[in-house]
Design a protein around this ligand. Structure first.
Ligand code: AMP
Length: 284
């Protein structure tokens, strides 16, 4: 596996692969990799001749009060996992390699969708995500890029950016990978102490209950969200940021949960903010 720390190295390797006629897949990550990330790499390896994984904690998507400094990192472990899953090149740039000191150009969707759900508590988050993913697309120029359904709003935002800016890149959404007890895998789960780890199960419990209700034919958002909210509120360590049913593309609230509707939540367990979701009728 090639470890590339500079944009130049990435471009040289990609150019060589293109000369050899290979297709290229990209998996953007912030590192501290787990089986959720690995599932994206597996899908990329299955779909593409060569796979690039970026491992970069992107400062522009963190607000000053967020966890940029404490975000977990373990590049040695990441390389081991990536090698085991057949990644061909990991792009591991420094902040200075990605952003010039006076970098001031951003990619931002001027619409309601990035302001909904996570955008309410994280107003600059999706601008940072779009900017870094856009840069990664320009550096790697992949045929396909792979994103997790776990970050459902991010996936919708990236699809919109790709459409609006005519990136000729296919965006592949991949299912949520969970721990055995249901908790969605996340690098941030490492922040949880033993009691919080138990308490965090309310997210997946609420998701499974909501999914069950919708599958049983309940379509009234209010009813489904009320039951999900009650499950989370019963846990003293949990504080709800949002539990919402929204249109899968616009991210605007809906009254009826029909196929394609995203039912998503963000919940603080102690100081750790976790997210989870399901799509009615399953992802398209
Ligand atoms: P992150 O490193 O958290 O920025 O995540 C990088 C990519 O991995 C994103 O596309 C995430 O949606 C995806 N991802 C993270 N956790 C999971 C999970 N539990 N299941 C599936 N995909 C995931």
């Amino acid at each position: 596996m090639i470890i590339a720390k500079t944009i130049r190295e990435v471009r040289e390797n990609i150019a060589q692969w293109r000369r050899e006629g290979f297709s290229v897949g990209l998996v953007p990550t912030m590192g501290y990799l787990h089986e959720g990330h690995a599932s994206l790499v597996d899908r990329a390896v299955a779909d593409c001749d060569r796979v690039v994984v970026s491992d970069f904690v992107n400062p522009t998507q963190f607000a000053p009060n967020e966890d940029l400094e404490s975000y977990p990192r373990d590049f040695g472990h990441d390389c081991k996992l990536l090698e085991e899953h057949g990644c061909d090149m990991v792009f591991y740039p420094s902040v200075e390699e990605m952003y010039a000191p006076n970098a001031a150009t951003y990619v931002e969707i001027l619409d309601e969708m990035p302001k909904q759900l996570c955008g309410k508590t994280r107003p600059i988050h999706f601008r940072g995500v779009c900017t870094v993913v856009s840069k990664l697309f320009n550096i790697v120029q992949p045929d396909k890029a792979f994103f997790g359904q776990k970050d459902a709003q991010q996936l919708a935002v990236i699809r919109r950016m790709v459409r609006d800016l005519s990136y000729g890149i296919e965006i592949v959404g991949c299912p949520i990978v969970r721990e055995n007890d249901g908790l969605a895998k996340s690098s941030r789960n490492t922040y949880l102490d033993a009691n919080e780890r138990k308490a965090a199960l309310v997210l997946s419990k609420a998701v499974f209950r909501g999914e069950y209700l919708v599958k049983s034919g309940v379509t009234d958002s209010e009813k489904v969200l009320a039951e999900m909210t009650a499950i989370i509120s019963a846990e003293p360590l949990a504080k709800i940021d949002y539990v919402s049913a929204v249109d899968g593309e616009t991210m605007l609230p809906v009254d009826a949960i029909t196929n394609g509707v995203l039912v998503a939540m963000a919940v603080y367990i102690g100081k750790t903010r976790l997210i989870d979701n399901f799509i009615a009728g399953g992802p398209k």
